[in-house]
Design a protein around this ligand. Structure first.
Ligand code: UD1
Ligand code: MG
Length: 456
């Protein structure tokens, strides 16, 4: 039986090169703090416990991730990666294995970590990579038999060692009892005057504990974020991974390089997504739904065969099958469109139910309202839902026809089958199956002349 697993995530770094007031590990990747992404990958391994070593920006990091089921361990002084891991050791049982991760490598996958832990067995294992440019990384020293013998940091390496292409990713799995002893034996006698975690590898060898060197299947996975440029690189890699996953599941992306998911996007089959769309929070799209270009969709459920045309912004909406939205529509939270409903250009809805087959095709605001099935809301109709203090509801019956440029002053009810004449201001309930009009009767003034300017 393999030993229980403890995970230690190093996140005490200052992140100076980000030039940011926000602690580095809180910078988002795909809409979630990068440390949260690393914690996600760690949680998926089902460890006994997770320890996050924090320092710089301490309380902010803890507060931002207050819901994470982890032990927070403060490293008051940053004396090196070995010292950082040492801070968690008092809470870790000698019989455990310890998996060390970095809070700034958010692309690491659970699969890779699983492979590394398996390779470690009762001994140690180290995740290595072969980046195109190994500058800055610790280099892996192997003996004549190809076994891992140690790690030398770039700043301590000689020319021959710097020529080595295999590098330390910073991810390793070690037996806790041994690790405790090795950490106690570390010295800061090196170019940076730090207690290097990497030195435990040579100590493991000296103690006869085997160290497996496992290469990553994908060097992109271990990219660390130290600058905004690297943050952007990691963001694009994450998005590409999401795009590939969706395409493999039967989604057409017109350009996988112009597509962003910042949360969780679930798609049925034969969904088509045009360029420059963002999906934020939890979004689901039913079979055959088509999303036009430049749409932003947040926390919404969209059914089958729906068309969302270009430049629509949708948040907190539930849209049933065969509905049609946009172009240039804005659906705000609490919008519920029934089957086949239509919301067209320059229409804003909020907290509004739109019945089956109902149409709001142009230039309207419909808020705090209920629109019955097959009702037709003319261009420029506004629900006047706010009296300056409170919000009031508008209820429009089935099959009602609201003429263009109507103001519906809530609270107000329009009966089923009612017709409202264009340009009306409706302050009282309008009865069903009747025509209701407001405003002065039309009159003509013969010979009336338009105002002129004095100099004409
Ligand atoms: C480290 C490794 C190097 C490896 C590289 C991979 C060491 C000595 N070197 O170098 O072999 O190639 O990562 O990216 O381990 N941290 C703390 N407390 C500290 C020091 C660091 O929490 O006192 C955290 C940092 O926030 C960071 C991680 O540990 O998340 C790595 O530290 P960093 O200073 O970036 O080490 P590197 O020089 O990159
Ligand atoms: Mg680093």
């Amino acid at each position: 039986m393999t030993a229980p697993l403890s995970i230690v995530i190093l996140a005490a770094g200052a992140g100076t090169r980000m030039r940011s007031a926000l602690p580095k590990v809180l910078h988002p990747v795909a809409g979630r703090p990068m440390l949260a992404r690393v914690i996600d990958a760690a949680v998926a391994l089902g460890p006994d416990d997770i320890h996050v070593i924090y320092g710089h920006g301490g309380e902010r990091v803890r507060n931002a991730l207050a819901n994470a089921d982890v032990h927070w361990v403060e490293q008051a002084q940053r004396l090196g990666t070995g010292h950082a891991v040492g801070q968690a050791m008092p809470d870790i049982d000698d019989r455990h294995r310890v998996l060390v991760l970095c809070g700034d490598t958010p692309l690491i996958t659970t699969t890779t970590l699983q492979r590394l832990c398996e390779a470690a067995g009762d001994g140690a294992a180290l995740l290595t990579a072969h980046p195109a440019d190994p500058t800055g990384y610790g280099r892996i020293l192997r003996d004549a038999d190809g076994a891992v013998a140690g790690i030398v940091e770039e700043k301590d390496a000689d020319a021959a060692q710097r020529a080595i292409g295999e590098v330390n990713t910073g991810v390793m799995c070690l037996p806790a009892g041994h690790l405790r002893g090795w950490l106690d034996r570390l010295t800061a006698d090196n170019a940076q005057g730090e207690y290097y975690l990497t030195d435990v590898i040579a100590l493991a060898r000296a103690d006869g504990v085997p160290v497996a060197g496992t290469a990553t299947a994908d060097d992109g996975e271990v990219l660390g974020v130290n600058s905004r440029a690297q943050l952007a690189t990691v963001e694009r890699l994450w998005q590409r991974r999401e795009a590939d996953r969706l395409m493999a599941a039967g989604v057409t992306l017109l350009d996988p390089a112009r597509f962003d998911v910042r949360g969780e996007l679930r798609c049925g089959q034969d969904v088509t997504i045009d360029v420059n769309c963002q999906f934020i929070g939890e979004v689901s799209l039913g079979n055959g739904t088509v999303i036009g270009p430049n749409c932003t969709i947040t926390d919404s459920q969209i059914g089958e065969g729906v068309e969302i045309a270009a430049n629509s912004v949708i948040e907190g909406a539930v849209i049933a099958g065969s509905a049609h939205v946009g172009p240039f529509a804005r659906l705000r939270p609490g919008t519920v469109l029934a089957r086949g409903a239509k919301v067209g250009n320059f229409v804003e809805t909020k907290n509004a139910g739109v019945g089956e087959g109902a149409k709001i095709n142009h230039l309207s605001y419909v808020g705090d309202a209920e629109v019955g099935a097959d009702a037709n809301i003319g261009a420029g109709t506004i629900t006047c839902n706010y009296d300056g203090a409170n919000k009031h509801r508008t209820v429009i019956g089935e099959d009602a026809f609201i003429g263009s440029n109507t103001a519906l002053v809530a609270p107000v009810r329009i009966g089923r089958g009612a017709t409202i004449g264009a340009g009306s201001v409706i302050r009282d309930d309008a009865p069903e199956d009747s025509l209701t009009l407001t405003g002065i009767p039309q009159k003509s003034v013969p010979g009336w002349r338009r105002p002129r300017r004095d100099d004409d």
